[in-house]
Design a protein around this ligand. Structure first.
Ligand SMILES: [Zn+2]
Length: 215
């Protein structure tokens, strides 16, 4: 089974990718992890990426594509591709790579969610700065305001959990990544999952649909 997973910010892409792996042995190919590994191991691609990052520049698509090509060349079993493609140009590049290796995609899982739900969830999210315990001011309030139930530590918000940042991420997503929806629909590969009710409630259904496709 060869999957791409992409979705709106906060829809639960990481959770979904992790949980799908419980059903079957998948290689989880995440561009974020790949970059970290290549940079740490100082491979040629890692060094190239470091040059851009140190100059404060975005790593060009070509470098990311080479990274994915390198990885898919070694992996011939089931995989979930996470964080790539991020735009149409990358999707076209991926089609070429897959064609070169004779790999056919099983499906492209698109996680959809109402931005208002994400904003509400994230602005209410806090965690303990000492033990990392997660809190939510609506569904999991601490007993004492701003204090961790577990260890008495101070609760803090992540700097990027504010409404403006979240809305900006949605705008970027709609401009760059959302066109993939039509792209994969045309190829007959799109599977949209509505995540408004939380992603975990959808897991069995998604897995059943994927298994049916794989037969
Ligand atoms: Zn704590």
């Amino acid at each position: 089974m060869q999957l791409i997973i992409f979705g709106a910010p906060g829809a639960g892409k990481g959770t979904m990718a992790q949980n799908i792996q419980k059903f079957k042995q998948f290689s989880h190919i995440s561009t974020g992890d790949l970059f970290r590994r290549h940079i740490k191991e100082k491979t040629d691609l890692g060094k190239l990426a470091t040059e851009y990052i140190e100059k404060g520049l975005l790593v060009p698509d070509k470098v990311t594509e080479d990274l994915i090509r390198h990885e898919l060349d070694m992996i011939r079993e089931d995989f979930i591709l996470d964080g790539f493609p991020r735009n149409i140009a990358q999707a076209e590049a991926l089609d070429e790579i897959l064609q070169d290796f004779g790999i056919k995609l099983t499906a492209c899982v698109h996680l959809d969610i109402d931005p208002e739900i994400v904003v509400e969830r994230l602005v209410n999210r806090m965690s303990c700065q000492d033990c990392g315990a997660p809190y939510n001011l609506i569904i999991k309030k601490p007993k004492v305001e701003n204090v961790c139930d577990e260890c008495g530590g101070q609760l803090t918000r992540r700097a990027d959990d504010n409404e403006e940042t979240i809305r900006h991420r949605f705008t970027t997503y709609h401009e760059e990544t959302a066109p993939l929806i039509d792209y994969y629909k045309k190829q007959g590969l799109l599977m949209t999952v509505n995540c408004n009710e939380g992603i975990l409630t959808k897991l069995d259904q998604v897995w059943e649909e994927l298994s049916a496709l794989d037969k």
